[in-house]
Write a protein that binds this ligand. Sequence first.
Ligand SMILES: Cc1ncc(COP(=O)(O)O)c(C=O)c1O
Length: 415
Amino acid sequence: MDTSRAGARERDAADPLAAFADRFDVPGLYMDGNSLGPISQDAERTLDRVREEWRERAIGGWTDGDPPWFEYAEALGDRLAPLVGADSSEVVVANSTTVNIHTLIDTFLEDGTVVVNELDFPTDHYAIRAQLRRRGLDPDEHLVVVESRDGRTIDADDVIDALSEDVDVLFMPSVLYRSGQLFDLERLTSAAHDHGALAGFDLAHSVGVVDHALGEIGVDFAVWCHYKYCNAGPGAPAGLYVAERHFDRRPALPGWWGHEKETQFELRQTYTPAPDAGAYQIGTPPVLAMAPLEGALETIEAAGIEAIRENSLELTEYLISLADERLPECTVGTPREPARRGGHVALEHPDAYGVCHALKERDVVVDFRPPNVIRVCPSPLYTSFEDVYRVVEEFVEVLEEGEYEGIEPKDADVT
Ligand SMILES: Cc1ncc(COP(=O)(O)O)c(C=O)c1O
């Protein structure tokens, strides 16, 4: 691979997504879109529109907004469905990812066990353990935690070996938040089904950057957030998917916003769930927080999720090649096979915290995940190959100048 700066420029000139960067406002060399995507003109436009609808119509926005706020979560679900490979009835925007894990695990768990892995984002375990406890089940017995062999990745064979007839739900991430390992969801789903278990996934690190075919591969349910690769803004409400064959289940955490829409405002004391994934909404949706997602999805639709995935793989491959060549002090913790790689690259360094801090001083935004990982995310819609080249240049200088030395993590740092 040509790892020169001129080579990066040549790749940018041939990049079909290059022009999308003009739609975003990105502070510095921004490689943190796997934590929080930046604002785009499209997201700002829909946010402004909804704010004006509020100003001009107040309560009328629920029925006369464009689209009406009353069905905004469903309308956005329709737009999201192709990104995850689902039918529009199977997807809705609702709640937060953590709340969605609670409601879906509570709905689908019976009195058996749940299989997870030790490298999960912790909120998943907090929620599942609480759901087990609520049933009087000891989480230490009923949560089967698959261990990592190398501290970075999880071997899918070990996940499959952990399945048994006692398992109600296999709940796995699509992409591990630290190393960026991408799992074969189809293989895990069919292994879960072979054992009579359901397959649920946390897609927080893949929706918007990896294309999915949840319906085709038989996934039972899934959750994800929109503030990362979907660029919908801090704390944007989350997404969820429930396969149509499960529409007869009653949501475990009912609320009036998940009521059948036609009769919701009859305000009966008995709950009739919506006949689709919309039933998993709980309370009134945060319309202003949802509004940027509409515009942000327009950008993703215009680029095309397959093209985004292709571009992401090229950018991460390029970053890995540069790291191999110019950052011998770092270990690449992300799988190198494209089919096992999500949207970011984990560079391991014993002083990862200090390196992140020093890079920030140089306006390079990456993030630190304990104990030794620097996550670098060249998110395709606004990152050029030359940006990746420049990040590695800054990185080399930080290491050469020892700028990372003596910087210790502070408790209050949120990075
Ligand atoms: C895999 C995963 N799940 C869940 C979350 C967070 O969930 P919530 O949006 O409820 O804070 C994150 C946050 O980074 C995550 O990486």
